[in-house]
Ligand binder design. Structure first.
Ligand SMILES: Nc1ncnc2c1ncn2[C@@H]1O[C@H](COP(=O)(O)OP(=O)(O)OP(=O)(O)O)[C@@H](O)[C@H]1O
Length: 591
């Protein structure tokens, strides 16, 4: 496939020229567009032929040469039919080129998103990324569909008309094109700020997408807090911005239209005066006059079309910038290797690790610990102390700035990122289920698993019983955010997925949302089965859940300030004991 062969890393050398860069991405389809441009050029030559035969026809009729006249008519019909066929072939070629190229671009975009570091995606607004994929991609499509073709064809059409007219009458041709430098100069002036407006317009479209996404995702909050008016106001302001930028663009387009209309008439006026004079004095035949008049249009059309194309391309360029901003992001490296755990090696080890999200404020400050095989360690600490950040480093979502994060004794940078993640099951507190059947959702743990294996995993996760009671059982499609399932049920499906994956390392971010006691018992049982024979790092919000952990790390401000098992930490009387007592102060029944 064309996409598979594209090596985007080589694009850097032509980084500054966005059109060349785009062409590079779609280079497998370029032969089609080149053929199409050749066909278009032939079509423009046909126009010249038609004008030429009109001239001959007029001259032969005036001379009374009937047989030459009939022969010319036959030629004319033949050429016109050829032009007609070529026109349709050309449309087909452009259609193929555009749809093939867009398919390629879209695949490339999605592939980029899949292979991008999580750190980049977390830093971008989802709505804006979707807007690049939709709105900006549409601009790329219109560029490929018509602007690119025009960009290649119009200069050719102009040159061919110019050359032909020049052979007929040099002075008139030159006089007719005196306006050209003025057209170029004014076009450049008027379109100067278009790209800037177009960029702002696309940015605002991205923002409006984001608001829409926020509103849909957070509808229960929006409604319960009666935020409809506030959100609507926010959206209106952004849309007003979209309209303003759109008006700015259209104003400039209108200016272009006015000046091209005025300037476009100039060649005709000049020709009418000077051509009339030449004709009256016998320097030009009537046929020449007709050929000239019909060909002037081809000389004039590029002059009027080029400013439009220039303005459209400026608008497209803003979208190219936004698109390449994403396509140029470095992807996760796949240069590393897969490693096996050697005897006496810790499964996970952090050695004096420092990490910050913004490159300034350290979130982890010299963190060190080893996790031997099969150990179950609880991570506790106040909100923002860095617990989830540890998970993100282990999964290779972010890279630490100092120290070493090792899995099976090898630094994360040595690992092939896919191989690394195949060793880890991440069960996070916000259980995301994909909008497909329950069976598929579980099977995402191991895509080649059989239905029996899926069912077995669901049984171990205490999910089977509630699944079979659903109207379509395992074939039930869960809602986009699985609103048709309870919190406990969603968690058990996520646990079944992790059981099926059967990875040796389990990172468990315990759900903070309270479940009823029956559901909690089912989830707890499922988790215990999942944890069996695995090395587990578990973020615990309810400290009762890690009482039996081999060790507990107490984090404060990015550092481990206490470690030991529950009894040892309680006895020490430090932060853990304080957190524990605080948590249970008002719940004497939970000890
Ligand atoms: N993607 C991010 N970009 C910038 N800062 C972040 C990001 N994620 C977390 N942080 C910051 O890093 C710090 C540690 O966050 P982290 O999520 O690791 O804490 P936590 O201990 O897991 O908190 P909680 O118990 O509330 O989930 C916090 O100050 C947080 O604001």
């Amino acid at each position: 496939m064309p996409f598979g062969r594209i090596n985007t890393r080589r694009v850097g050398s032509i980084r500054d020229n966005r059109i060349f860069k785009l062409l590079f991405y779609i280079k497998p389809y370029l032969p089609i567009i080149i053929i199409s441009v050749i066909v278009t050029f032939i079509l423009s030559l046909i126009n010249i032929f038609v004008a030429n035969y009109m001239k001959i026809m007029t001259d032969t009729v005036l001379k009374g040469n009937w047989s030459d006249f009939i022969r010319t008519v036959y030629f004319l019909i033949f050429i016109m039919i050829t032009g007609f066929i070529l026109k349709y072939i050309n449309r087909y070629l452009i259609g193929r080129f555009t749809s093939g190229s867009m398919c390629s671009m879209r695949r490339l975009f999605i592939n980029r998103i899949f292979n991008m570091p999580v750190s980049y995606l977390e830093s971008r607004n989802t709505g804006d990324i979707i807007s690049v994929f939709t709105n900006d991609m549409n601009k790329v499509q219109s560029f490929l569909q018509s602007h690119l073709q025009d960009l290649l064809y119009q200069p050719l059409a102009f040159i061919s008309a110019f050359v032909y007219l020049f052979t007929i009458n040099r002075p008139i041709t030159i006089i007719s094109t005196v306006v050209l430098p003025l057209v170029m100069f004014l076009t450049n002036k008027i379109t100067g700020s278009l790209e800037q407006y177009a960029f702002k317009l696309q940015e605002r479209l991205g923002q409006s997408n984001s608001i829409l996404e926020d509103v849909i995702m957070g509808m229960p909050i929006v409604k319960s807090f009666n935020l409809q008016d506030l959100m609507y106001d926010k959206y209106r302001k952004i849309i007003r911005g979209v309209i303003n930028e759109g008006i700015n663009i259209e104003k400039r387009r209108l200016l272009i239209r006015i000046f091209t209309t005025v300037l476009g008439l100039t060649p005709y006026l000049l020709f009418a005066v000077y051509g009339g004079y030449l004709s009256l004095h016998g320097y030009m035949t009537a046929g020449d006059m007709i050929a000239f008049l019909s060909l002037l249009e081809y000389l004039y059309a590029p002059l009027t079309v080029i400013p439009y194309i220039a303005s459209d391309i400026k608008v497209d360029m803003a979208s190219f910038t936004r698109l390449f901003e994403i396509l140029d992001q470095p992807v996760e490296s796949r240069d590393g290797r897969r490693f096996l755990l050697e005897p006496n090696q810790p499964v996970i080890s952090f050695n004096d690790v420092y990490f910050s999200y913004d490159g300034q404020n350290d979130v982890l400050k010299g963190l060190s610990f080893d996790l031997p095989e099969g150990h179950k360690v609880g991570l506790v600490g106040e909100s923002g102390s860095g617990k989830s950040t540890i998970f993100k480093l282990i999964c290779g979502f972010y890279r630490h700035q100092k120290g070493q994060v090792k899995i099976y004794g090898h630094d994360i940078s040595e690992w092939d990122i896919k191989a690394l993640r195949s060793q880890i099951s991440l069960v996070s507190q916000d259980t995301y289920l994909f909008p497909c059947t329950i069976e598929e959702n579980i099977r995402y743990g191991r895509p080649d698993a059989t239905r029996e294996e899926v069912i077995q995993a669901a049984k171990l996760a205490n999910a089977h019983d509630f699944i079979v009671k659903l109207p379509q059982g395992y074939d039930t499609v869960v809602g986009e955010r699985s609103t048709n399932l309870s919190g406990g049920e969603r968690q058990r499906i996520a646990i079944a997925r992790a059981i099926l994956k059967d990875a040796p390392i389990l990172l468990l971010d315990e759900a903070t949302s309270a479940l009823d006691s029956q559901s909690e018992t089912l989830v707890q049982q499922a988790l215990e089965r999942l944890m069996k024979n695995r090395t587990v790092l578990m973020i615990a919000h309810r400290l009762s859940t890690i009482r039996n952990a081999d060790e507990i790390f107490v984090l404060r401000d990015g550092k481990i300030v206490e470690r030991g098992n529950h009894d040892e930490l309680m006895e020490r009387g430090g932060l853990y004991r304080q957190l524990y007592l605080e948590q249970f102060a008002n719940m004497p029944q939970v000890t």
